[in-house]
Write a protein that binds this ligand. Structure first.
Ligand SMILES: O=C(O)CCC(=O)C(=O)O
Length: 236
């Protein structure tokens, strides 16, 4: 069984839709803030692939649970924690999260793309997996940003730089809420989804180009692997 929880502007209404799949909550819903006006919030089963049925999320958003097994996650996290993370800097301000880039690095302080160290060998299998999920060639993802969210770290509303095309995110260690919003008249159209550890999402099309996304402060350490390719005409 799976459930779709929707909150509409005239009050709080819970819709329960049935399906043959088993529901496993990806994270305790009580840890989330109350849904906003017009927000549709999906509670995701870790066993339920919504690849073919993601009616309430923007076109171009795809969620894939369980793309890594527990052992792969454990091994990756063990290697990742040794990487040379630096506090994320944006126009002189540093954020609570820490990042490290491979392949290419977008320098927000100078609005410039710079070449970075190649993607390390231990990350190539997951890079190929991410490319496969997006239907890209094995080596089709030239840029990887790894972000460390310690407890209390978040990422604010943004769209990824237009030099990039698709965005594929893989989550490690703990869940988070992935929020999406798009201007609708004087307000916002909103959606959100719980990203389980070991899951992946793809942002492409409308979800990538017209919607902003953000992640509110996490409770526990989370790593994200964000793979991007370049728009052909803007490729460095
Ligand atoms: O942590 C994530 O999955 C999202 C990362 C993100 O949106 C970004 O780095 O632009």
């Amino acid at each position: 069984m799976w459930r779709l929880a929707a909150t509409l502007s005239f009050g709080s209404l819970e819709l329960a839709l049935q399906s043959p799949h088993q529901l496993i909550m990806a994270a305790p819903v009580k840890s989330l803030r109350p849904p906003r006006k017009n927000e549709v919030r999906l509670r995701m089963s870790s066993q339920l692939s919504l690849f073919e049925h993601q009616p309430e999320l923007p076109e171009g958003f795809r969620y894939h649970p369980d793309v890594l097994d527990e052992e792969e996650q454990h091994t990756l996290a063990g290697e990742i924690k040794r990487l040379p993370f630096k506090e994320f800097e944006f126009h002189g301000f540093s954020g609570k999260r820490r990042v490290v880039s491979f392949g290419w690095q977008y320098d927000f302080n100078h609005a410039k793309l710079r070449e970075a160290h190649p993607i390390p060998a231990f990350l190539l299998p997951v890079c190929e997996k991410a490319a496969g999920l997006a239907g890209l060639a094995k080596r089709g993802l030239e840029h990887l940003l790894i972000t460390e969210y310690g407890p209390g770290a978040a990422i604010g509303w943004h769209k990824d730089r237009s030099i990039f095309a698709d965005v594929i995110g893989i989550s490690l260690l703990s869940p988070c809420t992935f929020r999406l919003r798009k201007k609708a008249g004087a307000g916002w159209q909103r959606a959100s989804i719980l990203l389980a550890p070991r899951s992946a999402y793809l942002l492409r099309g409308t979800a990538r180009n017209e919607w902003e996304h953000s992640i509110p402060a996490v409770d526990q350490l989370r790593y994200s692997l964000t793979f991007r390719n370049f728009r052909t005409e803007l490729s460095p």
